[in-house]
Design a protein around this ligand. Structure first.
Ligand SMILES: Cc1cc2nc3c(=O)[nH]c(=O)nc-3n(C[C@H](O)[C@H](O)[C@H](O)COP(=O)(O)OP(=O)(O)OC[C@H]3O[C@@H](n4cnc5c(N)ncnc54)[C@H](O)[C@@H]3O)c2cc1C
Length: 422
């Protein structure tokens, strides 16, 4: 999945992670001093999701508010930053950035592990430690691309500072597994985890394709790039002499052409193991930037309510069903589809399962679910996908956007038909 955990946990600092031509991140040996401890493999969230750990070791305080679709929740809120600048800079109301600024200004953390854009290559997202309010705000906004954030574990374990980690579900899983393996040098450094929801992530080649489609032939002319500028958000590219905008619906086709394959086996959309999870609530059709904040445990609950009392955030309690409603498509893909795809992978490759959803053993997939998932995987990955990308390169953006939007809708409708009763 390109989370970077293996690089961050290697006791020999033997691993590095590099981007491949296909737009993935893959680890490789750097110093050839491996001691075969196996910790890189053991902590890989692509092979193992720590949900079982949670119930076995009681990681989170048990609460009655548990749902198989969105996990354990203490409180569900509609939220946004109180400060206009923070709300506008963020993707869904600047909730995450506001929590980070609150935690920093109130001596809860010394820094935040965030994703910023590279100075030398402004179209490339990179992991950065933000240590001031300005740096947190500079790194606000979603970057829809893989960033091997957890590789930063390598350097934070050399410090005695306290960090917040903003990580996608795979990154939070990686940290949780590292904690369970007693890698205290890492887990002691991270005092707060904030998890954006994640329906899927994109290969790094997605942005290059998009840039080419909107007419940016020279990457060196890019001065600034935002994946989600304004609310609900447009792609924004500042060039040496001009600016370009592309509404989000016009580039959603990248979700079909450049989906990261590892994400199709993950069944955590709402970042169930973070202290606080944050996502969009598009079903409200609000013109004002706003999002959902879920307090998962006591730490999350305290931080959210204290940040609100201190005037950093607005919080309005909402019914947890709103979360399921607003994330319906993603939940269908992750909670219903992922176990079936895992089942197909096991059948085909006799590989060990990475998913701890035992419901699949109790309820094996139906024939129509199997056929749907096999066809969907063929469209999204592998040879057919490569042909679609190659053909689309030479077609006008309008056509590509229209055509694949329709395919995405058709896939959703067939999926809905195959998985009744979400
Ligand atoms: C790849 C991806 C997929 C997502 N999928 C969904 C979805 O299906 N449904 C949904 O409701 N929401 C999804 N989100 C979350 C949503 O886009 C917002 O990030 C979230 O609502 C928080 O908004 P905010 O305004 O509170 O955060 P902000 O204040 O804008 O802060 C965002 C924080 O996220 C960090 N960040 C940005 N990009 C990444 C990244 N690639 N990896 C890790 N951290 C990052 C930034 O450094 C920043 O600290 C996704 C986000 C990403 C990055």
């Amino acid at each position: 999945v390109g989370c970077g955990t293996c690089v961050g946990v290697c006791p020999q600092t033997n691993l590095e992670i590099n981007e491949t031509k296909m737009g993935h991140y893959l680890p490789s040996e750097q110093k050839n001093n491996c001691i075969s401890c196996g910790i890189c493999y053991a902590t890989c969230p692509a092979r193992f999701m720590p949900f079982k750990f949670e119930t076995e070791f009681g990681l989170h305080e048990k609460c009655l508010n548990s749902s198989p679709l969105i996990g354990e929740i203490q409180d569900t809120y509609l939220s946004k930053a109180t400060e206009q600048q923070r709300a506008a800079k963020g993707s869904s109301g600047g909730i995450i950035s506001s929590i980070l600024v609150y935690a920093l200004e109130n001596n809860i953390i010394d820094g935040a592990i965030t994703v910023g854009m590279s100075k030398s290559s402004p179209w490339k997202p990179i992991v950065e430690i933000a240590q001031t309010k300005e740096e947190i705000l500079k790194n606000a906004g979603s970057k829809y691309s893989i960033v091997p954030i957890n590789s930063i574990f390598r350097s934070i374990q050399k410090t005695r500072l306290r960090y917040a980690l903003v990580g996608l579900p795979c990154q939070i899983h990686g940290l949780q597994i590292a904690q369970q393996y007693g890698l205290n040098k890492i887990s002691d450094r991270i005092v707060l985890t904030i998890g954006p929801f994640c329906g899927l992530n994109l290969k790094t080649t997605a942005i290059n394709f998009l840039l080419q489609k909107i007419g940016v032939s020279e990457l060196s002319t890019i001065r600034e790039l935002e994946y989600r500028h304004g609310y609900p958000g447009r792609l924004y590219v500042k060039l040496a002499k001009s600016e370009l905008f592309l509404p989000k619906r016009d580039y959603e086709f990248v979700n079909l052409l450049f989906r990261n394959e590892g994400c199709s086996f993950c069944n955590d959309l709402t970042n169930e193991l973070a202290d606080i999870s944050v996502g969009d609530i598009f079903c409200l059709h609000s013109k004002d930037p706003v999002g959902i904040a879920l307090a998962r445990n006591k730490i999350g609950q305290h931080i959210l309510s204290d940040a609100s009392t201190a005037g950093y955030l607005r919080l309005n309690r909402i019914n947890r069903d709103e979360v399921t409603k607003s994330q319906y498509t993603g939940l269908l893909y992750k909670k219903r589809g992922a176990p079936v795809r895992e089942y197909i992978r096991m059948l085909g490759l006799s590989k060990e399962t990475s998913i701890h959803d035992t419901s699949i053993q109790k309820n094996p997939p139906t024939g129509k679910q199997l056929i749907f998932e096999i066809i969907q995987q063929k469209i999204l990955f592998g040879k057919i996908n490569r042909i679609l990308v190659a053909v689309s390169k030479n077609l006008p953006l309008r056509f590509v956007s229209f055509f694949y939007r329709k395919i995405l809708v058709i896939l959703f409708l067939i999926g809905k038909y195959c998985y009744t009763g979400l």
